[in-house]
Write a protein that binds this ligand. Structure first.
Ligand code: CMP
Length: 141
C-alpha cells in the first residue's frame, strides 16, 4: 500500500552537508518528498517528539544531540514507505548497519546516526502530525 512516513536528517548529517545525497537515496528508491522543512528544534520540541523514550537512559543525550544544530524534516510517500525507509536507513547503531545503508555510509554513533524514520503506521501518523499540518503535505501533486 501507499504509505507516508516521517524522516528526519539529524544534526550530524546536516553539518556534513549530505542532505542532497540522502534525498537522492529516497528518490532513487521510489520515495517521494511530499513535505519538507528545516528546523532547529527547541528542547521542548525534541522532548515532545521523542516522548516515547522519556525515562530511558539515553533520553537526555538524545535530546541534547537533536537540539545541537538544525535538522531537515520530511514526509516521504510511496509503496511500503515505512519499511522501505527503515531498510534504506539501516540499523539504529551504525556499527550494525548493513553496507550501503544511509547509517553505514554517513553515521558515526548510535546518537549521531544521521537519520530518524517512523517505526510503524501509528507512529508515522503521529510524527507527521507533530511537524506538518495536513494541508502542508502535498501528496500526489
Ligand atoms: P531514532 O530512530 O531517532 O530513535 C531514537 C534514537 O535514540 C535513536 O534513533 C538513536 O539515535 C538514539 N539512541 C541512543 N541510544 C539508543 C539505544 N540504546 N537504543 C535505541 N536508540 C538509541
Amino acid at each position: 500500500a501507499i504509505e507516508r512516513t516521517l524522516s528526519i536528517i539529524k544534526p550530524d548529517a546536516v553539518a556534513k552537508n549530505v542532505i542532497g545525497k540522502i534525498y537522492s537515496r529516497f528518490e532513487s528508491n521510489g520515495l517521494k518528498i511530499v513535505a519538507a522543512r528545516m528546523r532547529w528544534l527547541s528542547r521542548a520540541e525534541a522532548e515532545g517528539f521523542y516522548a516515547v523514550h522519556r525515562g530511558k537512559p539515553f533520553f537526555n543525550d538524545l535530546v541534547t544531540f537533536m537540539t545541537s544544530g538544525p535538522v531537515m524534516i520530511q514526509v516521504l510517500e510511496g509503496e511500503n514507505a515505512i519499511a522501505k525507509n527503515r531498510e534504506l536507513m539501516g540499523a539504529t547503531d551504525p556499527k550494525k548497519a548493513a553496507p550501503g545503508t544511509i547509517r553505514a555510509d554517513f553515521a558515526q554513533s548510535i546518537d549521531a546516526n544521521a537519520v530518524h524514520g517512523s517505526d510503524g503506521p501509528d507512529t508515522a501518523k503521529a510524527e507527521i502530525a507533530y511537524f506538518f499540518p495536513e494541508m502542508e503535505v502535498y501528496s500526489g501533486r
